[in-house]
Each structure stands twice: as C-alpha cells, then as structure tokens.
Write a protein that binds this ligand. Sequence first.
Ligand code: GLN
Ligand code: ZN
Length: 754
Amino acid sequence: MTTTGPAVRSTVHGYPRIGPDRELKRAEESYWKGAASAADLEKVAADLRLDTYARLRAAGIDDIPSNTFSYYDQVLDTAVLFGLVPARFEDPSTAADADGRLRRYFALARGVQGAPPLEMTKWFDTNYHYLVPELSPGVRPRVAGDKPVAEFREALEAGYRTRPVLVGPLTFLLLSKAADDAPEGWSPIELLDDLLDAYARVLADLRAAGAEQVQLDEPVLATDEGRAALAHLERAYSVLGGRADRPEIWVSTYFGSIGADALRVLKESPVEAVGLDFVTDTEGIADLTAVSGLGSTRLVAGVVEGRNVWRTDVPAAVATLGTLLGLADELTVSTSCSLLHVPIDLDAETSLAPELRAALAFAEQKTREVSLLGRVLSGEAEAGHAAAAPADAAFVDARVRARLAALGADAYERPQERGAPTDLPLTTTTIGSFPQTGELRRARAAHRRGELGEEEYKAVLRAEIDRVIALQEDIGLDVLVHGEPERNDMVQYFAEQLRGYATTENGWVQSYGSRCVRPPILFGDVSRPEPMTVEWITYAQSRTEKPVKGMLTGPVTMLAWSFVRTDQPLGDTARQVALALRDEVADLERAGIRHIQVDEAALRELLPLRQEKRREYLDWAVGSFRLATSGVSPSTTVHTHMCYSEFGLIVDGIEALDADVTSVEAARSRMELVADLGRRGYKRGIGPGVYDIHSPRVPSVAEIEASLRLAVSHIDAGGLWVNPDCGLKTRGYEEAEQALRNMVEAARRVRSGL
Ligand code: GLN
Ligand code: ZN
C-alpha cells in the first residue's frame, strides 16, 4: 500500500527507566544502604536518561519525550514538583541540597522512623504501582521543584529538543486521596484551580527553557470516574490552553478509549494535540467519528501496544492509520501508552524458541515499529512485517482445545452440600508462604547456576519444610502449610512448568520503585506435562498428623502477572490454565490432601476500568476459578486468597467463586468486609486477615483478639477462619513466629468464650 499525504511524525509516550541492566535499581539500592552518594546515584540516572534519548533517536523516533525518567514514580514526582508533601515529611533538619531532597523523596516512597510512607497502589489496571498523594484543603500547590525543566535542559545540552511529559492535573487529583485530617466529604479535585496555576507556571518555565511541546498524561479519562469529570476537564484545559506563555499542549490518554464526550471537550479546548489509544479497545475510531474528527488538532495515534510484548501487525496498523488520516489533519504515530510496562530489549534474550521470538517485540523493537509506521505513512518506506501471530502452528495444542470444548456445564459446578471443613470454630491457618531465608535464596541461585545438584537442592527444600511444619505444630496452628520454599514467585513457579508459557532471562519491568518483576510470557495453548506441587505438599503432609493445605496460583492471577497472548479472548486462555490446575487439584486430592488453596491475588486487579465491561470479565474470571476447583469431592475444602480489601466492587464475584474458605486482607480496614458479608448472609467460610504482614510490627494478642471479637459480632464463628493478611515470605522468622503465636493465642481466647 502506498500512502501519500501529510508528513506523519513518530513518538512514544515514555520509555523504561530502569536501564538495560537494571542499573537504576542497583544504584538506588546502594544509595539506600549508604554505599553510594547522592552524586553517584544522580550520575547513573543522568546516563540512563541520555542513553534513552540516544536509543530513541537511533530507532528513528521524531519526537523524543523527556521527564519520563523517575527515581521512583511519576505521580510522586508530580506531588513533589508542586510541593504537595504531607507535614510528617517536612523535617527542618534536612538540608535543602541534592542529598536532602533525595532523602525526603525516598522517605515519601519508603517511609522513615516516625513517618510512614505514602500509600502505594496499582496504576490503573497495570502491575506498576504509584504512590498516592495525600491532599487536604489547607495545602497550596506551588512550584517547589524543577525536575521537568532540569531534564529538558539536560537533554537540550546533549542535542535533543524533547517534549517533557507530566502527569496531567485531572489524573493527578483524581488519583490522590484526601488526607486523614481533611474534612468529611472534601475531595482533592477542589484544589484544581490552585493546581492549574502551578501547572501554568511550569509550562511557562518549560517554554522559557526552549520546549516547544509538553505532554500532559490523562489516563484517568479511560475510567468511568474520569469520563464523568467533563466539567473539570474542560476547566483544566481551557485554563492551561488559554495562557500565552506556553508550549504546545499534548493531552495523552491511554489504557482504553475516553468516549466521545471527553473527546469533544478536548477537541474544543485550546490544546494542540490529543493522544488516543487504538489498541486497548476498539472504540477510538467510533469516538473520533462521533465528533467528526479532530480537525486541526493533531492526533497522536497509539497503534503500537505499549504494555504487551507482541510484535505489531504492521499492515493492519497501516490500515488503521489510513482511516485515522481521514479523521485528523495532522497525525503522529505512537505507542498506546508508555513503554514502561515492557522489557527493554528482545536482543537480550538468548534462549527463547525462534518461533516465539519471531512473535515478540520489547521496548526497543516497538520504537522501531513506531518509526517504521511513521515512515510508511509518509510514503518513505514499504509496509513491513505482519505480526507473527502466536496462533501459528507451533503454539496450538489440539488436545487442549478438544478437552475444553468437550466440557459440560457440570465441570463448573460443585454440589452445594459439602462436608464441614473442620470441626473447630475459628480454625487457625496461614496464607501459604513462610519466610524466604537468605540460605534458601542462595541455594536457589546456586541450583540455577548449576552449582548445586538437583538432589542437594531438594534436600535443602525438604529441610526447610521440616522446619516449617515443626514450627507450625509447636505454635499450635490447625491447618498447616508447607511454606512454599521451592517458589521464587507464585506465578513464575507455575509458568516454568506449564507448556504454552515461556520465561525470560532479562525481561524485567518496573513494579514499584527499585522493585522489578520478570513476567512470564503466555504464548500458546496451556497444558501441564507433569504434577507441579504434589511432591512438596505430600512430603509436608508426611511430616504431620494435621492437615496440610496445598497451594496453587489461580488462572486469573496467572494471567494478570504475565504477558498474555491476544489472539484469543482472555477467557479462553484462562480456561486453559484452569484445566491444567484442575488436573493438579485432582492429583493433590488423590494424594490425600484435604485442603486446597487456589490463590486469586489479582482478581480485583484485572477488573476492567469501566463498569460496562465488568460483568463479562467476572463471568470468565469466576468460570475459570470454578473450572480449576470444582472437580473435588464434597469433603475436600477449597480455599482461595485475595490480597486487598476493597471488595465492594467484587463481592458478588467472591460469592460466585463458591470457595469453601476465602481469606482476604482486612486488618487495615477494620473488618468492614466481614460486616458486609454478614449483612448479605454469606454462607461459606471467611478468613479476614487479622494482622498486617506488610509491616514488621508484631501485633499483640489483645489487638488480634479485638479484631476477632469484632468479626464474630458480624458472622457466625463456625465460618470464621483466623489467618494473617497475606503470605509471610517477605518477613523474618522471628517476627513471623511471634505474630503467629499471638494470633493462635487470640483465637484460643475468643473460642473459649463462645
Ligand atoms: N500463597 C501465597 C503466599 O502465601 C499468596 C501470595 C499472595 O497473595 N500474593 O505467598
Ligand atoms: Zn495476599
């Protein structure tokens, strides 16, 4: 296809910050330990920024973004830029020099003695976490830093006139929370006008420094809340756009379409460009058509997926862009969102199967796709490769498909009459993992490197299981676990054993701060060649008379923390994973395991941003859990675990999972969920976490007892389980043991009073 027409430009919304070798992580962690100075860290950061600009230029990207770098998180950067720092971090003794500023910045993110950190939560429906600004009516946004300007200047000196990127004012305020001291009913959006003044100052400073464009990210427009904030949107961009001393304003949206109403507001606002996502859903073109195109407002078209690892189908993208050329006079090709969410370079992988590699593109490859698309649309290049779809024969397993197709409705149902899980009220248990000791980690690393043989490694794991079982018996827990010592990660462990999944060597992406994860790639039909956990659970069971609970990671969580194929609906993929888990569940049961837990830590996380898409999601999410678990006999107890407490949204979903026991986070929300379930007449077991494992603090018997009494006042003690909030793998043995002893004692006291 040849296209003639206006010159089409190319850009990306952002690039990974961690560095090809996780240089940023290493530099930060050594700074935190005191082994490196602020200047050392700043040097690493500056080198990484310049390396990114050079990579983007080498890839042929026309318009290079800046201020996409962050030491920790871009939302935190925005709060600090505008001086929106809670008083507990204002330590007058902190020097105002670079070192002092960095210390305070990291204190906000990680906490210091006497000042707990800002809350951290997921960035929309991704696995990236941002820090939640705490705002109150008393604060006055002001320009309190110069990060965007300094990074612009740094780039300019190196020969790059970049487009600084900032979190937009609407997204910033809608993601912030009211501080505890804010009056009831007050909301951060009330700070909009003051904040706009401060944004306008930064825009003017950027203009003065030589910036021609600035990008304001408004992904919140892809959520129901953002879509409903039209008046604020209109206000924000008429104020910012109305200033004379400003660069061009590009408003970027991503993670879904924003709807014709918000698009109309942006089209009519005095902004020069609007970025839309044409990958995450298909409504972008319909929205543009509904507003009769963008006219002279530049369209930044996100057609290369920024948050998944598949190669772009170039001819299809060219066709989409061709349609878009009819809907806007000026077009820039882009990624659908920042490339923050994908690993940097496919070339760093040495052991992927060639058919799989041919289907993949990481950040580096995606920038080249974007640039190619820009040149094709400008008539300077021929349309290149189609996606090497993972539907290729190498990825298909006819047996898996036939098995799934043959399943009847009964494969998703358990009989409603079931045996009692235990004969105790307030049964005590844990969520699965026990502390991962240094010794364990060292053994795993040595085993990976081939320095520790299979049998020696297994002996280390068995010794750890012996220790965990003996400890639990001594503490007096009722339903025991094996402690998960064989698992590096609850998803990776299974991905390594399932067919249809691949793992990478260097595919790191930032999860939060310096913490990176290496999501496995679910590329083909999934099956289970061999049992995955039976050896460990049965070994643990052989060491005790008490029941040992088997631990599996559920289908939704297996998808949420992986890069997943997009050539078939997620629900179909989830059911394939479920079928593999169903076989594992059957093997565990056959081996005499009477309690089986299928963790769905991420059930809430994959929930679509918009209400209208949620029912369909919950249908397949619940269906796949039930497929995984419903093969068991009525006397086997199915447990599930979830890691958060805002259940309002999915309480129906939780009931529909039909697990016998559901453990959840509750310690920090004062058992609200239990009260809710009580009101609804929930009839299965519930294990509201009675203490917060995210903190090293050991809870007292009295405080756990008080939580339990509160829970018992809402629901029948027979259905109440007693457990911590989550797994113990990030804690030390000493605190974990003491906390569990206190928990068991608290349960005993409440039980005896029943
Ligand atoms: N069973 C897992 C563990 O205990 C659950 C972890 C999680 O919910 N994130 O570690
Ligand atoms: Zn958890």
